[in-house]
Structure formats: C-alpha cells, structure tokens
Design a protein. Structure first.
Length: 111
C-alpha cells in the first residue's frame, strides 16, 4: 500500500518555507530542527509512530509518496532545495536499507 501526500512545490520559496511546509504537512514535532538532518530523521520514522517524529504514518513495508506539484518551477526557483529533496529522500531509503528495513519514501513530480 502507498499513502500519497500532496506537496505544493509553489509554496516552497526558500529554506524556511520548505521546513514550515513539510513540518505542517507531515506533522513534525515541535522540536523539529528545521535542517535536512532533522528532515531525514523524521522521514526515516514515518512507519514508526512510536518515535513521535511525524503525524503522518504508513504501515511497515508500505510507501509514503511525496507527490510534488510545480516541481519544474521549484527546480528552477530553488535548485538547492530541489536537489536536497531528491538526495535526502534517497538517503532516507539508503539508511533504512542499511538498517535492514525497506525503503519508505518515494517522490512523484508533476509539472
């Protein structure tokens, strides 16, 4: 099973808005560090509600799909953020596989 979360790429204009948006959409905790290391930690635990790192969860073995609309505009407007989203999503899955778990996050780009 997959759970799709719509991410409006047009709402992301800088690092602050990136972290605000993901924190709101995925329910990151109040102590969320607002950096990509903290983002990776929260995303790594989306199938572990007991970790308390997000309000959005998938079952073990399921996939959370971040459906990014306006992706081409995001890439043009904020290339560092776009690249970090791709690289850090890949790192979440790499980290999980290294720990013996399955990948948990996928990206889908539209427009």
């Amino acid at each position: 099973m997959t759970k799709n979360i719509h991410i409006d790429g047009n709402a992301i204009t800088d690092w602050g808005s990136f972290h605000d948006y993901f924190s709101k959409m995925l329910g990151f905790p109040a102590f969320y560090g607002r950096n990509m290391d903290a983002w990776i930690d929260c995303m790594t635990s989306t199938d572990a509600p007991e970790d308390g790192l997000s309000a959005v969860h998938v079952a073990k073995g399921d996939m959370l799909v971040l459906c990014v609309s306006g992706a081409a505009r995001l890439k043009k407007r904020c290339p560092e953020i776009y690249d970090a989203l791709v690289e850090c999503s890949a790192f979440v899955n790499y980290r999980r596989i290294e720990m013996g778990d399955q990948a948990v996050v996928a990206l889908s780009f539209n427009g």
